[in-house]
Design a protein around this ligand. Structure first.
Ligand SMILES: C[S@@+](CC[C@H](N)C(=O)[O-])C[C@H]1O[C@@H](n2cnc3c(N)ncnc32)[C@H](O)[C@@H]1O
Length: 235
């Protein structure tokens, strides 16, 4: 992690301190900062490929879920023995690898992203991570790609543009198997969901959260880690 020298000037003195710069994907703001720091400090190191992706994401400001949330995704898939995951918004494939390692041999993760360059880069990472054979890469609108694919999934993970979250809810719910998980990132949106006068995007996320909590077909909890992860199980 990069260290930046920062000059702090008070009325009487000027001091220079070493401040550890946080990668953008860590997104502090929901949990108290020392607690967030602690949660990241206890994470086991990632393998070379994930570590390189984290560094690349930090450098290019790609909003990956990061390792704390990556572990949640992986654990959720293990808990229900997931074999099929449909991921909406995969970017360079960081979260995809966490899913792919959880579904194991014979499992299949559907990578989707609107940006072909992301998909090309992700392909290289999947090969190096040894999970390419478990990942189906498709580019285009994730909502359309989900509509075209007629199967039911063990997990659907939503991480596309936030304005589309309510539409994703309506489309994804019928495509989950009973006992399957609907998971979504950024549902606390840097805490903006709790502020007055929410903007259009925040309103879309708030509507999405309302739909999740009030659906008679789902049981939902929001985990307030990083930027908020919604986990809903289909009854
Ligand atoms: C937050 S990033 C995904 C990060 C990824 N899940 C991870 O944690 O490694 C969101 C991605 O969704 C893609 N995206 C946004 N809206 C989309 C849509 N409607 N269909 C497909 N991809 C979309 C963007 O190109 C971007 O790469």
């Amino acid at each position: 992690m990069a260290k930046a020298k920062t000059k702090i000037t008070t009325t009487t003195t000027t001091v220079t301190t070493n401040i550890v710069a946080k990668p953008d994907w860590q997104m502090p703001g929901i949990l108290a900062e020392p607690v967030e720091e602690y949660l990241y400090s206890i994470l086991p190191p990632r393998d070379e490929v994930l570590a390189e992706m984290e560094a690349e994401a930090a450098k290019r400001k790609i909003p990956i879920v990061g390792p704390a949330v990556g572990r949640i995704l992986h654990q959720l898939a293990l808990m229900i023995g997931a074999k099929t995951v449909f991921e909406m918004g995969s970017a360079i494939g960081y979260s995809t690898i966490w899913w792919a390692r959880a579904v194991g041999e014979g499992g299949l993760v559907f990578y989707t992203d609107g940006d072909r360059k992301n998909a090309d880069q992700a392909r290289g990472y999947f090969e190096r991570a040894g999970v390419a054979s478990r990942i189906n890469i498709a580019t285009g609108d994730a909502l359309e790609l989900l509509s075209e694919n007629k199967q039911e999934f063990d997990v659907i993970f939503n991480d596309i543009d936030k304005d589309d979250y309510p539409r994703v809810f309506r489309l994804a719910l019928p495509r989950l198997r009973k006992g399957g998980l609907f998971v979504a990132d950024n549902v606390l949106w840097s805490g903006k969901v709790a502020q007055k006068n929410p903007d259009h995007t925040t309103k879309a996320i708030m509507e999405f959260n309302r739909l999740l909590y009030h659906s008679k077909d789902l049981f939902t909890t929001i985990l307030p880690i990083r930027d908020g992860v919604a986990v809903a199980v289909k009854k």
